[in-house]
Design a binder for this molecule. Sequence first.
Ligand SMILES: [Zn+2]
Length: 232
Amino acid sequence: MTSLLQKKLEEKTYEILFELEDEFDLDLKSLPEVYYVGRNFNPYEVGLPIRLDFSLKKTALFFPKYNVIFTATKDEGVLGEEVGHFIHHQFLHKRHIKEVPLSLEHFGMGVVREAIGFFCSKLIDPKRRSQYKKDNFLFKKSLEGVLRHIRYIAIMGEYEHLIHQQGYLIGEKMYQGYLSGGIDIGDVKEVLQKPLKGKNEAFYEFIKLRQRFVGGKFFKQNLIKKKNLSKT
Ligand SMILES: [Zn+2]
């Protein structure tokens, strides 16, 4: 039997999806499945061979591989982010599902993904704030410094944290730019629709977004060329 909460969350998620689809003037061909994750939820019972070994309390998660959003919250900002991930995924090259964690490409893809997700969540809930107060890359002076830091953070077990910190920061600045009229929705749509197919393209996109919307010592120099990354 479908619970009332399941039905409500499904409806709310689709409402958010249609709102974002309208905002970006898109015509999407598919919808994600949406599941409310309560205490007794078992993914196997709905035919999804996923082990939910993380705590989903007050959060939601989009699984690209199964085209499904799991949610334990009705918070519109949180749902907006996951719906943003779903929309973004419709345009990304399929290889990003299988990206090797800790690679340059994986990191770049993660940051671009979170930037788009956070921007979408701000469209739905303008009061949403990032919980990340720091900017680890603010004083980095070179590409080598940035790469070294990513590797160090990975060893410290804070890789996903850094991806979210950087993504949310860029997403927030994009949203501020959108509010002030510095950029329009078409500029964000352009980023959203890039398949990021080429080698290191996702990492290069992260650098470009960082330069454009956030800055910081190294990123302001604007010296990074795509070909420089192939040596790394
Ligand atoms: Zn996210």
